[in-house]
Design a binder for this molecule. Structure first.
Ligand code: SAH
Length: 374
């Protein structure tokens, strides 16, 4: 006799996912859709808030812990509404355990990474929005592999929920800031990214209850998408990866510049700052003898200055992180110091980014999940 499959108490609500698409997950649904899904499963609507409380507030992904739900239904609820989206492949730590890089396998085998960075008074999580990236910036490790696919809202949110769970279990901490500076170009996956921002900023128990101000969306400068984000009126921080003040150089190191020029990208960022009252961050990775000349610091200051006073912007210099096989290398210390001095002399607020995680290839631009190799 063959054993029959365990009987399901709950009817199926979602159709099987389309080829290549991740399964639908609770975090993909709006608050009303979650209630409708529970009702469609023949359950009272209030179960939706019970489930949300477990996932978004307690970060509990184990149905055995959902003791306020009928025991017979817990497994079915989990299987239907909470399909596992991220499978941990590897976790690596450095900086005395304060930096942790996580490698995930998605349902279709695609690999993505996120990085948890603990600071004395906050924890920042750097997350991915796409498997791979299609922007092809030649100094970036992710850019070398091309784009595999967009991540879904729930895949994006799951990275943060997982970070929250790790910290909660460890010492009751929370992820305070999220930066879309992992793999992918967030504004090329606009809908899922904005959906994820909404879920992160929705108060618990329906969302992760984070502050929009703690979320940074970093972009190569997809101008129409920046403009669209300006209209959303969500006060997330915008970071523009400029890396060069002139079109000639930027065409080469940020290839999307051949489509939207420095002037257009900076204008869109300025408009964003004006409308949201959020200071825009200009990312500038310091590359030896490429973009780090003193005259380029002066050019950068004037490109930003002509948009008005300095309240709207600050420059974040990133010492370039080594990418194996790359012809781009990190600027000399003295050139970086001169670059900062020039910007500051012109009154441009400037900071130098720390290089957290570089020894485990977890720093900016080093994420290139190609397998399980150490
Ligand atoms: N696609 C988004 C997010 C990319 S990662 C964007 O372009 O903004 C976040 C930042 O790291 C970007 O500014 C990116 O240009 C930068 N970066 C990429 N490779 C790097 C490297 N090797 N060293 C330092 N920064 C790098």
């Amino acid at each position: 006799m063959t054993e029959s499959a365990p009987t399901r108490t709950l009817p199926l609500v979602f159709a099987a996912p389309k080829k290549g698409k991740p399964p639908t997950h609770w975090a993909d649904l709006g608050v009303d859709e979650r209630k409708e899904a529970v009702v469609a499963a023949g359950q009272p609507a209030f179960r939706a808030s019970q489930l949300s409380k477990h996932w978004f507030e307690r970060f509990s992904h184990d149905p055995a812990d959902w003791t306020d739900l009928p025991a017979a239904l817990r497994q079915d609820f989990a299987a239907e509404f909470f399909p596992p989206l991220l499978q941990e492949v590897k976790a690596q730590t450095c900086d005395n355990g304060d930096t942790e890089k996580l490698l995930w396998r998605l349902h279709d085998g695609a690999l993505v990474e996120s990085v948890l960075m603990k600071y004395p008074n906050r924890t920042t999580m750097c997350i991915s929005s796409q498997a791979g990236c299609g922007m092809a910036c030649p100094f970036c490790a992710t850019g070398k592999g091309g784009l595999q696919r967009n991540m879904s809202t729930a895949e994006i949110v799951s990275q943060v929920a997982d970070g929250m769970r790790r910290l909660a279990v460890r010492d009751g901490g929370r992820v305070n800031n999220v930066v879309f500076m992992g793999m992918g170009e967030p504004l090329a996956n606009y809908k899922a990214v904005l959906g994820a921002v909404r879920v992160m900023t929705t108060p618990a128990p329906d969302g992760l209850g984070m502050s929009a101000r703690g979320i940074t969306v970093s972009t190569v400068g997809l101008v129409p998408a920046i403009n669209k984000m300006t209209e959303e009126g969500i006060p997330v921080t915008l970071a523009l990866s400029l890396h060069a003040p002139d079109d000639e150089l930027r065409d080469e190191i940020v290839p999307i510049n051949t489509r939207w020029k420095v002037g257009e990208a900076v204008d869109a960022a300025w408009e964003y700052a004006k409308r949201t009252k959020r200071r825009v961050s200009i990312e500038y990775a310091m590359m030896k003898d490429i973009n780090d000349q003193a005259y380029r610091a002066d050019m950068l200051a004037s490109v930003l200055k002509r948009r008005g006073d300095w309240g709207w912007v600050h420059v974040n210099l990133i010492p370039l992180n080594d990418v194996p096989g790359s012809r781009f290398t990190r600027s000399r210390d003295e050139d970086m110091a001169e670059f900062v001095r020039r910007l500051e002399a012109k009154g441009v607020p400037t900071t130098i980014r720390d290089t957290r995680g570089d020894e485990i290839d977890a720093a900016c631009g080093q994420l290139a999940a190609t397998g399980e190799k150490a």
